[in-house]
Design a protein around this ligand. Structure first.
Ligand code: FAD
Length: 274
C-alpha cells in the first residue's frame, strides 16, 4: 500500500538554529568536604581535566553529573549523546586554576540526586562537570547593590560579594530553612546582611523575604538588584519590587534557582514576564 502524498506547500527556508555548543565534560574527584552549617556542605572538586576551566563573572553556573543508583561513578557523557539524567546546575564558588580545584556549596534540601549525593559525599567520589555558563554582569559603577534570595543562591551571592569593590555597598536579604544556617559573610564592600527564616515547610518559600522587603521599604533609586530563589517566589518578589516599591524593572535581574515540586528546574528561568 502506498501512502498518499501530501500536497506540496511552499514554506520559507528553515533558519537553522546554531547548535548550542556543549563544553567538554571534565572528570573531577572530591578532595575535601566542609560542613558550613547543618544544611550546607562545601565540596572541593579536583582533577587534571579542570585545566582551562575559567570563570569570568560572578554568579555563573556549571552542570554537575551525579552517579545513577548502583553506579560508583557517572558515565562520561558523549559529545552527541543524550543528556545525563542526573545532571543539575550549581555555582562555581571558588575556582583555583593553579590547584585545578573548584569549590561548590550544596544545600541539603532533601530528595533529589544532587542533594542526596551531597548528603552522603566522601573524599574520592567522582562527578563530571560541564561549563561554565555565563553569570551576572556586575554594574561596577553602581554604588548600591541589593541581593535577595534563598540558600540555593547563597553561593552565587558570595561570588558577587567577593567581586564588588570597597566603594560599593551591599544589602543582602537571605532566606534559610533554619536560624542555624546563618553564618558570617564577607566582602570588600560595605555589607549589611539580614537573615530570615523560612522553616521546614517549602511551600512557604519567599514568604519571609516578602515580609522583610515590605518592612525595609524601597531600595535606593539607583540600586542594582539580583534576585534568586524559588521560581514562584522570585516572580512575587519581582512584582513586589516593581509595583509596591517602585523599582525600575531594568534594575532587577531575576533567576528561578529551583521550583517547588519540580525536578531539575531549567537554569534559564528569568521571570521577565512578571
Ligand atoms: C544558575 C543556578 C545556580 C545554582 N547554584 C546552586 C548552588 O551553588 N548550590 C545549591 O545548593 N543549589 C544551586 N542551584 C539550585 C539547584 O540547581 C537546585 O536546587 C536543584 O534542583 C538541586 O537538584 P536536586 O537533584 O537536589 O533536586 P531535584 O531533583 O531537581 O528536585 C527534587 C525536589 O527537590 C525540590 N528542591 C530542589 N531544590 C531545592 C531547594 N534548594 N530547596 C528546597 N527544595 C528544593 C524540588 O522542588 C523537587 O521537588 C542553582 C540553580 C541555578 C539555576
Amino acid at each position: 500500500m502506498t501512502t498518499p502524498s501530501l500536497p506540496e506547500v511552499s514554506s520559507p527556508p528553515a533558519v537553522e538554529a546554531a547548535p548550542r555548543k556543549r563544553r567538554p565534560p571534565r572528570r573531577v574527584e572530591v578532595t575535601r568536604v566542609q560542613v558550613l552549617s547543618p544544611l550546607m556542605r562545601r565540596i572541593t572538586l579536583h582533577g587534571s581535566e579542570l585545566q582551562g576551566f575559567e570563570v569570568n563573572d560572578p554568579a555563573s553556573y556549571m552542570k554537575l553529573i551525579f552517579p545513577e543508583p548502583g553506579q560508583t561513578e557517572p558515565d562520561r557523557p558523549l559529545p552527541d549523546g543524550p543528556r545525563a539524567k542526573s545532571m543539575r546546575t550549581y555555582t562555581p564558588l571558588a575556582v583555583r586554576p593553579e590547584a585545578l580545584e573548584v569549590d561548590v556549596d550544596f544545600v541539603l534540601h532533601g530528595d533529589g540526586p544532587a542533594s542526596t549525593w551531597a548528603a552522603q559525599v566522601e573524599v574520592g567520589q567522582v562527578l563530571f562537570l560541564m561549563g561554565p555558563g555565563p553569570g551576572y554582569k556586575l554594574a561596577l559603577d553602581a554604588q548600591q547593590h541589593v541581593l535577595i534570595g534563598d540558600d540555593s543562591a547563597l553561593p552565587a551571592f558570595e561570588t558577587i560579594l567577593a567581586a564588588l569593590p570597597a566603594t560599593a555597598s551591599i544589602r543582602l536579604l537571605m532566606e534559610v530553612a533554619d536560624a542555624a544556617e546563618e553564618r558570617a559573610l564577607h566582602s570588600p564592600a560595605a555589607l549589611a546582611t539580614q537573615w530570615v527564616v523560612r522553616g521546614a515547610d517549602n511551600t512557604q518559600a519567599g514568604t519571609a523575604l516578602e515580609a522583610a522587603l515590605r518592612l525595609a521599604g524601597p531600595p535606593a533609586a539607583e540600586a542594582r538588584i539580583y534576585l534568586a530563589c524559588e521560581a514562584a517566589a522570585m516572580r512575587r518578589l519581582r512584582l513586589l519590587l516593581i509595583n509596591e516599591l517602585g523599582v525600575d524593572r531594568a534594575r532587577i535581574v531575576g533567576r528561578g534557582y529551583w521550583k517547588l515540586g519540580t525536578v531539575n528546574h531549567p537554569d534559564h528561568d528569568y521571570g521577565d514576564e512578571a
